[in-house]
Design a protein around this ligand. Structure first.
Ligand SMILES: Nc1ncnc2c1ncn2[C@@H]1O[C@H](COP(=O)(O)OP(=O)(O)OP(=O)(O)O)[C@@H](O)[C@H]1O
Length: 306
């Protein structure tokens, strides 16, 4: 199988400081991939290695089967840096066309390509405007349009929603979801919640180590229920939940919230069993959802490692 990205024992050090440590993973093309981790985890450094801006210190890295930065990847990979800026002096069309020409397009092809990518991000009508006339959210969309010039197969977006209000951040996520049949996206963020609906695979980095690689959708739908009880005087909830038939584990990740892992083959009607048990004990629930949030998955992994 050929992968979008393959890393084997990949490490990066700056002098004595090891910033990425022994990362091994393979990522398929297709659904967007999330790269999540706290400040300083190494997300931007990993992006820089993937783009070929920085060499690895040890290990192997392949992007679309090639060494990052190699000429075979020219035009096939693009990146939106965290602090991408637009020039305030030129129209969007002039700037994007200029980037197209830098990629080797003729002037007329670059103009046509710029109009195409601006319409992909719903900014066709703003082509003649300067960046100063745009909102912060619109500028982010222009930067995403720039990353799509020339139809690359892999697009890396470093914190594409940083600094945006929730409505604009949602628009950017919806845009990426819409565009994900145009290219494979890797998106970095601190925010677990924002990427869990958008991405199929998650890489979670902490202190330069890969803490977890998971498939969001499969893990979120199989064999997990999240139960939130009404606040009140319930006692002995955990022991009762743990003795239900089919239960594998129960954790109380937050006050009044329980994550139940169960064997879906042995107990296909586990949700009904749980509801009956709640009724029997007179415990009222506020919410019962299928699956486990990404935050809960990561909480479980980091708790195990602590
Ligand atoms: N050129 C460099 N020289 C020395 N240390 C560096 C260099 N670039 C990054 N680092 C260090 O590497 C670590 C990881 O930084 P990086 O920017 O990759 O993290 P990040 O996960 O992207 O963080 P953030 O979410 O804050 O952007 C940090 O401790 C940073 O100080």
């Amino acid at each position: 199988m050929s992968y979008l990205i393959e890393a084997r024992n990949l490490s990066k050090s700056f002098g004595q400081k090891t910033v990425l440590q022994d990362l091994t993973f393979s990522l398929p093309a297709g659904e967007p991939i999330a790269l999540i981790g706290p400040n300083g985890a190494g997300k931007t450094t990993l992006f820089s290695l993937l783009c070929g801006y920085l060499p690895a210190s040890r290990g192997e890295l392949k992007v679309l089967g090639h060494k990052p930065g190699s000429s075979a990847l020219f035009g096939r990979v693009s990146a939106l840096p965290q602090d991408a800026m637009l020039d305030p002096n030129f129209s969007l069309l002039t700037q994007l066309s200029f980037f197209g020409q830098l990629q080797g397009m003729s002037k007329s092809t670059a103009v046509a390509e710029s109009r195409r990518v601006l319409s992909l991000v719903d900014l066709a009508a703003n082509a003649e405007q300067k960046a100063t006339a745009l909102s912060h959210g619109m500028r982010k969309r222009v930067a995403i349009a720039q990353a799509l010039m020339g139809s690359p197969e892999l697009v890396m977006l470093d914190e594409p929603t940083a600094g945006l209000d929730p409505v604009n951040a949602l628009q950017v996520r919806q845009l990426i979801a819409k565009l994900s049949n145009e290219a494979s996206f890797i998106i970095s963020s601190h925010n677990i919640f924002e990427l869990e609906r958008l991405c199929g695979t998650v890489l979670y980095l902490e202190h330069g180590k890969l803490v977890q690689q998971s498939q969001v959708h499969s893990a979120a739908t199989q064999g997990y229920l999240t139960l939130t009880l009404e606040a009140g005087a319930q006692t002995d909830v955990l022991p009762m939940l743990r003795q239900l038939p089919g239960v594998i584990s129960v954790s109380d990740s937050q006050k009044h919230e329980y994550v139940l892992q169960f064997d879906a083959e042995l107990a296909p009607d586990f949700d009904l069993t749980l509801l009956m048990a709640l009724r029997q004990h007179g415990w009222r629930y506020r919410m019962l959802t299928k699956g486990q949030t990404l935050e809960q998955q990561l909480f479980a992994v980091t708790a195990k490692q602590a």
